[in-house]
Design a protein. Sequence first.
Length: 289
Amino acid sequence: MQANTTSRTDKLGSGWMVMAALFFALMGGLVKKAGQDFDFGFYELVFWRTVFAVVLLGALAWMRRERFATPHWGAHLSRGVAGTLGVLLFFYGITHLPLATAVTLNYTSALFLALLSWLFLKEKIAPTMWLALLLGFAGIVVLLRPTFAAGQEWAGLIGLAAGLCAGWAYLQVRELAQLGEPGWRVVFYFSVVATLISAVLATWDGWQPLSWQSAPYVLGIGATATIAQLCLTRAYKVGRKLVVAALSYLTVVFSTLVGVWWLGDAIHWQEVVGMGIIIASGIWGAARR
């Protein structure tokens, strides 16, 4: 009853996902600019993205007197490692591919989630859902053709692997939800694991010193990512699930605009077609589910 009341009183409703998509796109742009202009490695960019969430979520949970203890440490660790790998590969893709291409490849997580649910959870996939999956993977082939033609096969495959790891992480998030873990704790412990792993890798790879010029970028990465996550959570709480799922693909559209107008990315027509196919398959799959 309370959730329905909240949905009626929140005028933005599903529109929170539009805000989330915008801030996720801005985060991607900041990641790419920080890598290009200040030579930050993707390890330390992941660190700055996640340490912000650790501090903010930890402080909010402490002020609300939430319980940090959990009986599911192993599940949190497994989800944290899978999610961290996904973010590391995603940030690698952002720093080596056009922003829109990297973001679209990361959004293949919905396709991989369906396949992983079928393989490991033995969930049935309807014939129409199989068609949506085949359409989505056809879109991946179209999207990656210009990338492969430009000799960026490795970056393209890593970007696709980011989508696979994200799908695997989402599968584990679903299992944690079924165990009764609150959403804030899932995000918090993922951020803790990601911060620790990325800190170790960045120390091994070498840190770039912060300056007055670079600090706004790394702080902006953490701030935009956290705001986007909060908007996304709000959207799924008060919005219509199908509408929210469809609007989430605006991240690809906003990332394309950010990439072309701010970062100077060149987008091939085949990449635009591939993005459109992947978006259509994702929305179709969400509708069928």
